[in-house]
Design a protein around this ligand. Structure first.
Ligand code: OAD
Length: 279
């Protein structure tokens, strides 16, 4: 999957094809819990919805989504940085500082618990995230591939040095490297290639998974949006957890409608026992 670049499909229509109603949803959670107990290799793809309950805005939710208020072409492309380096660097630094004030929520904790449970009995668990906030790792997830990079790492455009930036606001924009070069966030912008290592990890995990989850993502940004097709073609069962329907809702075996911070702890508790809402 090398050389794959970030692409977005604009606009989508959804055919509602899910089983509605609370009793039905409860049964679906039971079925997914049974599949999790049986699973030997699980892949979870996450998006901005997983961090929404930590206070980090999503991109495409009506009203609150970042791309509802800002034009991604003016902020999330290399051309935008070339044109307005100060504005773009400052915008990402504000997002970095916002992430610094946020903590993992019960959805992140449940995914970390899912990994511990599965690997504890010799299974495999891979978390593929489009999120750049590092909250999965902060919650204790170990096997995480960051498909879109990280808001915490900034890379010098002159010498290539990449460093973690955990301090306060930069004193100027764009921030400068010791070599004098400009630094940019090590985030994948539209039209750029995804990190080779994260893509290779995704390919490996998808090739062998028997259960695939898509959680809190609108499933419109490629290549992540196509992971479900890869998983399905390899025979994996598929689950979506989302507050809203998405283009993949009608493709999955089980669609669970709700907030990931509520659904995932309940699912973990249903699968392995323990108090719902905590892990
Ligand atoms: P989006 O903002 O496109 O989608 C967020 C999804 O989360 C939507 O489908 C919501 O319905 C759902 N959602 C919101 N709150 C939720 C909650 N509490 N529980 C469950 N679901 C919830 O975000 P992504 O799909 O992550 O790329 O967007 C993909 C990429 O597009 C991002 O990584 C970003 C963006 O441009 C970069 O910045 C490189």
């Amino acid at each position: 999957m090398g050389g794959i670049t970030l692409l977005c499909r604009v606009g989508y229509s959804v055919t509602l094809h899910e089983r509605e109603g609370r009793g039905v949803q409860e049964r679906i959670v039971d079925e997914v819990a049974a599949a999790l107990r049986e699973a030997k290799s699980v892949v979870v793809l996450t998006g901005a919805g997983v961090s929404a309950e930590s206070g980090i805005p999503t991109f495409r939710d009506a009203m609150e989504g970042l791309w509802e208020k800002f034009d991604p072409m003016e902020l999330a492309t290399p051309e935008a940085f070339d044109k307005h380096p100060r504005v773009v660097a400052r915008w990402y630094d504000e997002r970095r500082l916002q992430c610094a004030s946020c903590k993992p929520n019960p959805g992140h904790a449940a995914l970390a618990e899912m990994e511990r449970r599965l690997t504890g009995k010799g299974g495999r668990f891979t978390l593929l995230t489009q999120n750049v906030d590092g909250l999965h790792q902060a919650a204790g997830s170990a096997n995480v591939a960051e498909l879109h990079g990280s808001i915490w790492r900034w890379r010098c455009l002159r010498c290539g040095l990449t460093r973690e930036e955990r301090g306060g606001a930069f004193d100027r924009y764009p921030p400068r490297c010791e070599c004098g070069g400009w630094k940019r966030p090590a985030i994948v912008w539209f039209g750029e290639g995804l990190p080779e290592e994260a893509l290779a990890a995704s390919e490996r995990a998808l090739r062998s998974c028997d259960l695939f989850f898509s959680v809190g993502t609108s499933a419109v940004v490629q290549p992540s949006a196509s992971f479900i097709h890869v998983a399905r073609s390899r025979g994996a069962k598929t689950v979506e957890v989302n507050r809203e329907p998405t283009p993949i809702t009608r493709l999955v075996d089980w669609s669970i409608r709700g907030k990931s911070g509520e659904v995932l702890p309940a699912l973990v508790a249903r699968t392995w026992g323990g108090a719902e809402g905590g892990t």
